[in-house]
Design a protein around this ligand. Structure first.
Ligand SMILES: [Zn+2]
Length: 93
């Protein structure tokens, strides 16, 4: 995946984080640090965004695993700041 880093592979589906999501995390950290001049606040802001990221990925797994039940394979899930994307179906050759 261009401009994405692989987070892992779960249930046979690759999970990627797009570069734009890293920009969002950086922006949130900067905003929190500027408001409070506190590293703890910046870390808390980043952790909050990462928890949102986790919820979005779990939501997309709901789609992907439901699709699998109906015979549609999912290649990957990419988290971006403009919304996630599910790639598929997989070509079984
Ligand atoms: Zn959905």
């Amino acid at each position: 995946m261009k401009w994405s880093i692989k987070i892992g592979r779960f249930a046979g589906i690759d999970v990627y984080m797009h570069f734009t999501f890293l920009l969002l995390i950086s922006w949130v950290a900067l905003l929190h640090w500027r408001q409070s001049q506190s590293v703890a606040a910046a870390v808390a802001g980043v952790l909050f965004i990462l928890m949102v990221f986790l919820c979005v990925v779990l939501h997309e797994y709901g789609h992907a695993l439901t699709a699998r039940r109906y015979g549609i394979q999912t290649r990957d899930i990419i988290a971006r700041n403009v919304g996630p994307q599910i790639g598929g179906p997989v070509d079984h050759g």
